[in-house]
Design a binder for this molecule. Structure first.
Ligand code: WT7
Length: 659
C-alpha cells in the first residue's frame, strides 16, 4: 500500500516540530479570520448557501441540499448561467476594461492581453457559432486544444448555451480521444491545427482526424488556426473558427439553467482500464470553486495577478483558471508552453514581467526547478509574489522548503491543497492568515468540508495514526456521478464505507490532528501530477502483438513523484523470433504512447519470462512494487513460484546497472 511506503519518512516528520505561524501581513489583511471555521461548522449548509449567494442567480434558490445518498443536489431550485457569472456581471459592474487574461504564447513575444469585455465578446460570438452549428442545451461538446485563449472561450461558450463540455488534454492520443468522444457521445469537437510546446508546433488536428475515423457520429470539427501548419480538411465536417466564429454577432442573450444542469465532463483514470467521465453541475460547482479560490488564495480582485500553471485539460485548469478565478473577476496569466521554452528561467521572467502575486503549481514542477538550480529564480525579481500554492500530489518537505525560500523569499505562505477531479474544488488546505503551515501537510479541511481518516472498518483513527481519507458530508462541488454509469459511481466512491466518500488516498493525522496526504492506496498512479491507472497502462501494453502479459506498478521517483514500471512477458512466438530486447521495449513504449499518451509511457519495461502470482492466479503487484523500489521482499511464500520474484529482482538490478 502507498501508505506503507511513506511510513518512515513521514513518521520522522510527524513528530518534528516544524511549523510556520500565519504571517502578520496575512493576519492583518486576510479575507477570512479564524472564526470562519466555527461559522461553517455550526451549520455547513447555511454557510455554503451564504457563499452561493455571492453568485448571480436568475432565480434565487430556496432549497440548499437534497441528499439521497450517494446522490446530491445543491441549490436545486435556483437557476443561473456560469458564463454570465464569469463574464457579464463583471462587465455590467463596470470592470469590462480589466484584464482577464495576460496570455503568453510559447514563442517569445507572442502575447495578448484580453479584458473582461473582450472575453465576453469572444464568448458571445463562439456561443452564437455553436448554436448556428446546431449545438443545443444538453449536447456534449469535446474540446481538444492547446493553452490558447480560444480554449477558455470555447469552454465558456459551451457553458453559456448549456452544452456540457468535455475537455480532453491535448497530450492524449487519437485513440484515447476517440474513446472519450464516444463515451460522452459528443457530436462537435473544438480543436486547433496545433499548439506550441517544447519549441515546436505540435499537431492536434491530425489526432482529431484519426480519432474521428472511429467516431462516425461527430458532425463538426471547429478548428482554430494557431500554428499555421498544413492540415487535412474534410469538407462538410471541418470548419475554421475564424470563418464561423468571427462572423457572429458579439452579443448573445444567455439563458439561465437549473443549478443542477451539467456543466462539464472530465475523464479521469480509475482502477480499471476504462476512464471515468466525472461530471459536475453548475451552481454547487461554481460556489465551491469561487469560494475556495477567494479564501484559499486570499484573493484581492483589484490587485492580484494569479497564475495557475495547469493545463485546461485537467480539473485544476477548469476550477482554478476558468471557473473560480473568472467568477471572482481576477486578472490571470495563462501560459501556453513548457517551463524551459526560451530558457529554463521562463516562468521567473513571466512572474517578474506581469508582477504575478499568486502562483499555483505542482510539486513535480517545483522539483524540476530545484534540479535546474536556485540561481535561475534568483536572477529575477519575484517580489510581487505574496502567496504560493501546491496541488496534484504529495509535496515532499524538501520541495516545500525550497519553494518557500527560493520562490517565496521566505515571505509567502504556502497552501498545499488536496483535492481531486471528483471533488471539483479544494477540500483540504491551510487558510493563509488563519492556519499555520507545516512542510508537507495539507493541514485541515476547508470550512464547510468534513473529512476524516479512518481505519479499514471506517472508524476514525486517533491523532498520530494513519488510515484512509474519507469525506463525511456532501459538499457543493462534488461530482454528481460518472457519465452514463451511476452504478460505477456508487460502487467506486460510496460502497467501501457506508455513507462516506472514499477518496482512494492514504492519510495520517499528526499529533496535533493535522492532515498529511500520503498518496493513493488503490491502483491509481500519479506521474508528474498526471493521473493514470495501472490497469489502463497494462491494457495498452497487452494490446502490443508481442506481449502475452503485463503488470504495471507506480514506483516512487525523485522528480515525477511516481514513475511507471512495467513487467512484461512476451508471447512465445515473439520470444522465438529472437528480436532485440531494446527494439521490443522501444516498440512497447511507443505503443503505449499511441494508445493513451506519451505521459503514460513506462519509465522502465522489464522483460521477464514470468510474473509472480498467488495460488489463485492474481499478479502480486505489491511485490513488484517492492522490486521496482528496491525494497526488501519479505515473505513470498504465498506465491506459486517464489523463485520468479527473485529472478525479476535480478533482472531489475541488471537493468539498473545498464542505466
Ligand atoms: C489525486 C487526484 C487536484 C487536482 C489535480 C489532481 C493526489 C492531489 C494533492 C495534495 C497529496 C494530492 C491525490 C488525489 N493529490 N492534490 N495536495 N497532496 N496528494 O487531480 O488527477 O483527480 O488526482 O491527486 O492522490 O487523489 P486528479
Amino acid at each position: 500500500m502507498a501508505e506503507e511506503r511513506h511510513d518512515e519518512a513521514v513518521e520522522a516528520l510527524l513528530h518534528e516540530d516544524r511549523s510556520f505561524a500565519p504571517s502578520d501581513t496575512f493576519v492583518a489583511q486576510a479575507n477570512v479570520g479564524p472564526d470562519v471555521y466555527a461559522a461553517a461548522a455550526a451549520d455547513p449548509e447555511a454557510w455554503w448557501a451564504e457563499q452561493a449567494r455571492a453568485l448571480e442567480w436568475d432565480t434565487p434558490f430556496t432549497s440548499v441540499l437534497e441528499w439521497e445518498a450517494p446522490f446530491a443536489r445543491w441549490f436545486a431550485d435556483g437557476t443561473l448561467n456560469a458564463s454570465v457569472n464569469c463574464l457579464d456581471r463583471h462587465v455590467a459592474a463596470g470592470r469590462g476594461d480589466k484584464v482577464a487574461l495576460h496570455w503568453v504564447g510559447e514563442p517569445e513575444g507572442d502575447r495578448l492581453d484580453i479584458t473582461y469585455a473582450e472575453l465576453l465578446e469572444r464568448t458571445c460570438r463562439a456561443a452564437n457559432a455553436l448554436e448556428a452549428l446546431g449545438v443545443e442545451a444538453g449536447d456534449r461538446v469535446a474540446i481538444y486544444m492547446p493553452m490558447i485563449p480560444e480554449a477558455v472561450v470555447a469552454m465558456l461558450a459551451c457553458a453559456r448555451i448549456g452544452a456540457p463540455h468535455s475537455v480532453i488534454f491535448g497530450g492524449f492520443s487519437a485513440e484515447a480521444l476517440a474513446d472519450r468522444i464516444t463515451d460522452a457521445d459528443a457530436r462537435v469537437v473544438i480543436t486547433a491545427d496545433g499548439g506550441f510546446r517544447r519549441g515546436a508546433a505540435s499537431g492536434l488536428k491530425v489526432e482529431v482526424d484519426a480519432a474521428l475515423e472511429l467516431c462516425p457520429a461527430v458532425t463538426t470539427s471547429l478548428v482554430v488556426r494557431r500554428t499555421g501548419q498544413e492540415v487535412e480538411w474534410v469538407e462538410g465536417r471541418d470548419v475554421w473558427w475564424h470563418d464561423v466564429v468571427d462572423a457572429q454577432a458579439p452579443i448573445h442573450e444567455a439563458k439561465a439553467f437549473p443549478a443542477e444542469h451539467p456543466l462539464y465532463i472530465m475523464y479521469t483514470s480509475g482502477t480499471t482500464a476504462k476512464p471515468k467521465g466525472i461530471f459536475h453541475t453548475t451552481g454547487g460547482y461554481l460556489t465551491h470553486t469561487s469560494t475556495t479560490h477567494r479564501m484559499v488564495f486570499d484573493i484581492k480582485p483589484e490587485s492580484d495577478v494569479c497564475w495557475t500553471s495547469a493545463d485546461i485539460g485537467w480539473v485544476t485548469g477548469h476550477s482554478y483558471i476558468v471557473y473560480g478565478p473568472l467568477a471572482n473577476g481576477v486578472t490571470q496569466v495563462m501560459y501556453e508552453g513548457t517551463p524551459d521554452a526560451g530558457g529554463k528561467d521562463r516562468w521567473w521572467r513571466i512572474i517578474d514581467e506581469y508582477k504575478v502575486t499568486i502562483l499555483y503549481t505542482a510539486p513535480t514542477a517545483i522539483r524540476t526547478f530545484m534540479k535546474w538550480g536556485a540561481e535561475l529564480p534568483a536572477g529575477h525579481d519575484l517580489s510581487s509574489l505574496r502567496l504560493l500554492g501546491s496541488v496534484g500530489e504529495p509535496i515532499n518537505p524538501e520541495a516545500w522548503m525550497w519553494y518557500r525560500k527560493h520562490i517565496g523569499g521566505d515571505r509567502c505562505p504556502i497552501v498545499d491543497t488536496w483535492w481531486q477531479t471528483e471533488t471539483g474544488g479544494i477540500m483540504i488546505t491551510p487558510l493563509p492568515g488563519v492556519t499555520a503551515t507545516k512542510p508537507g501537510a495539507a493541514m485541515v479541511p476547508f470550512p464547510g468540508i468534513s473529512a476524516e481518516v479512518v481505519d479499514n472498518d471506517g472508524a476514525p483513527v486517533p491523532d498520530g495514526h494513519g488510515g484512509l481519507l474519507v469525506i463525511t458530508r456532501p459538499w457543493p462541488g462534488m461530482l454528481r456521478g460518472i457519465w452514463g454509469d451511476p452504478e460505477r459511481y456508487a460502487e467506486t466512491y460510496w460502497s467501501k464505507f457506508d455513507g462516506l466518500y472514499f477518496a482512494g488516498d492514504g492519510a495520517k493525522k499528526d499529533d496535533d490532528g493535522d492532515l498529511w496526504l500520503l498518496g493513493r492506496v488503490d491502483d491509481v498512479m500519479n506521474v508528474s501530477g498526471h493521473r493514470l491507472s495501472t490497469a489502463e497502462v497494462e491494457h495498452a501494453i497487452v494490446g502490443h502483438p508481442a506481449v502475452a502479459e503485463a503488470a504495471v506498478v507506480g514506483a516512487s521517483d525523485d522528480t515525477t513523484g511516481q514513475a511507471i514500471v512495467a513487467f512484461v512477458t512476451l508471447t512465445s512466438s515473439s520470444e522465438l523470433h529472437g528480436e532485440d530486447d531494446t527494439e521490443i521495449i522501444a516498440s512497447i513504449r511507443a505503443h503505449v504512447a499511441d494508445a493513451i499518451s506519451p505521459i503514460a509511457k513506462p519509465r522502465q519495461v522489464i522483460l521477464t519470462p514470468d510474473l509472480p502470482k498467488t495460488r489463485s492466479g492474481k499478479i502480486m503487484r505489491r511485490l513488484l512494487r517492492d522490486v521496482a523500489e528496491n525494497r526488501d521482499l519479505g515473505d513470498v511464500t504465498t506465491l506459486t513460484d517464489p523463485t520468479v520474484v527473485k529472478m525479476i529482482d535480478g533482472l531489475m538490478a541488471a537493468h539498473a546497472e545498464d542505466d
